[in-house]
Design a protein around this ligand. Structure first.
Ligand code: UD1
Ligand code: UDP
Length: 385
């Protein structure tokens, strides 16, 4: 069998992290069988939103960077489709690997499926059942343009079946005869792989923040619904400042550039209050190793991020989710994550509950065995045997 040419399409922070699990697994066991080409759409481009992950996670530098940058959804996605199409025409890959639910995922799915290149979707089947989220549209379209779909949870697998995907399909798999798999989560592979390394390499980072282990709250906010709705952002930040002051706990906030921009331009005096508060520590986006160190050592996590919700579970921390719904429903059912939306009462109640009493919480293994990337690669190889 000749080497399988696989194009990995990435563009946003969580995709670099996810792609690193696949790249590591290829290097470990399949570099004779699979040749990987990395296409970076350029959706994220600041050093701390992009380069830092390639350096820290030892991912091969992108073979192509489309440099699309920030724009409206339609404009950004269309530039990505054009750029990806050109790469696919030139490279003629055996398959195209996509991760998650960003505009880069959507663009890859449209470009590749229309050119009849098989699409492999990692993190398939997740649904929020809220189509006003840009990510929900991206997920649905990407799943229905895919040939191999790797669902990370039972709930995701069931969602795919509800949408007509049939687990009993047999080879040869095509876009009209797709294969769905229930796997674990490749982000769990990473959390296991990097957890100790983060302690070794980044303990100075934690010291520089002057926070006590297990004595601070980690907060991330970046979702469109929370950053672009000024009223919501104001309510969230005011609630968090007042909880921090009331409990004298430090809230560490590595904020996405989008959130900083909204605060600076729409809520400048609140931004000043946040920066002046002795209990709020706004910092630039953290590297992945810094982030998992923060997660491991926090008392509680407050976030609207999908990835950070799961990492709270990997590192056995309770989590308040600043959204009305989540795709990771097993966390909420388990009682270790709570949907508090942007509701000050729910945030406060959830915070006090988790702060005062976390000892009886349990963190069952929902996300596989840490070898999901290897499983995915084996299935890709089998498709070409
Ligand atoms: C995107 C994804 C979201 C994912 C997130 C991960 C879509 C529709 N959304 O959201 O699902 O959770 O990435 O982080 O694909 N910006 C910078 N520097 C950068 C990147 C962005 O300043 O390097 C700012 C720009 O003002 C930009 C804004 O952030 O307009 C939003 O960036 P964009 O990539 O469009 O969406 P995210 O919010 O990052
Ligand atoms: N992350 C990071 N630095 C940060 C915030 C997040 O490295 O400052 C990591 C986080 O640990 C997780 C991933 O980025 O692995 C989640 O990405 P993000 O929250 O941007 O997007 P989402 O998962 O919501 O799509």
């Amino acid at each position: 069998m000749s080497q399988i040419k696989l194009i990995n399409i990435v563009g946003a922070r969580p995709q670099f992290i996810k792609a690193s699990a696949i790249s590591r697994a290829i290097k470990l066991s399949s570099s004779d069988t699979i040749g990987e080409i990395i296409v970076h759409t350029g959706q994220h481009y600041d050093k701390e939103m992009s380069d830092v992950f390639f350096d820290e996670l030892e991912i091969h530098q992108p073979h192509y960077n489309l440099g699309v940058g920030s724009s409206s959804h339609g404009r950004q996605t269309s530039m990505m489709i054009t750029g990806i199409e050109e790469v696919l025409l030139k490279e003629k890959p055996d398959c195209v690997l996509l991760y998650g639910d960003t505009n880069s995922t959507l663009a890859g799915a449209i470009a590749a499926s229309k050119m009849h290149f098989p699409v492999v979707h990692v993190e398939a089947g997740l649904r929020s059942f809220n189509k006003t989220m840009p990510e929900e549209i991206n997920r649905i379209v990407s799943d229905h343009a895919s040939t191999l779909l790797f669902a990370p949870t039972n709930a995701a697998f069931k969602n795919l079946m509800r949408e007509g995907f049939r687990p009993e399909n047999s080879p040869r798999y095509t876009i009209d005869n797709p294969k769905i798999y229930l796997t674990g989560d490749i982000m769990y592979d990473n959390a296991l792989f990097y957890s100790e390394l983060a302690e070794k390499k980044k303990s100075a980072f934690l010291e520089s923040l002057k926070v006590k282990r297990n004595g601070f709250v980690l907060v991330t906010i970046h979702r469109e619904i929370n950053t672009d709705n000024t009223r919501r952002l104001e309510v969230l930040m005011k609630t968090l400042i007042s909880l921090a002051q009331e409990t004298s706990m430090t809230f560490v906030m590595p904020l996405h550039p989008r959130t900083i921009l909204s605060l600076k331009t729409k809520l400048p005096s609140l931004f000043e209050d946040l920066n002046k508060s002795p209990f709020i520590r706004i910092i630039p986006p953290a590297s992945y190793l810094e982030m998992i160190l923060l997660e491991k050592n926090s008392r509680m996590i407050i976030t609207d991020s999908g990835g950070v919700q799961k990492e709270s579970h990997f590192f056995r921390k309770p989590c308040l989710v600043l959204r009305a719904e989540t795709e990771w429903v097993e966390l909420v059912k388990n009682g270790t994550a709570e949907l508090v939306d942007a509701d000050p009462v729910k945030i406060r109640d959830g915070f006090m509950k988790f702060k005062n009493d976390g000892s009886d919480l349990t963190y069952p293994s929902f996300y596989g065995d840490g070898k999901t990337a290897e499983f995915i690669l084996n299935e890709i190889i089998m498709m070409f045997e």
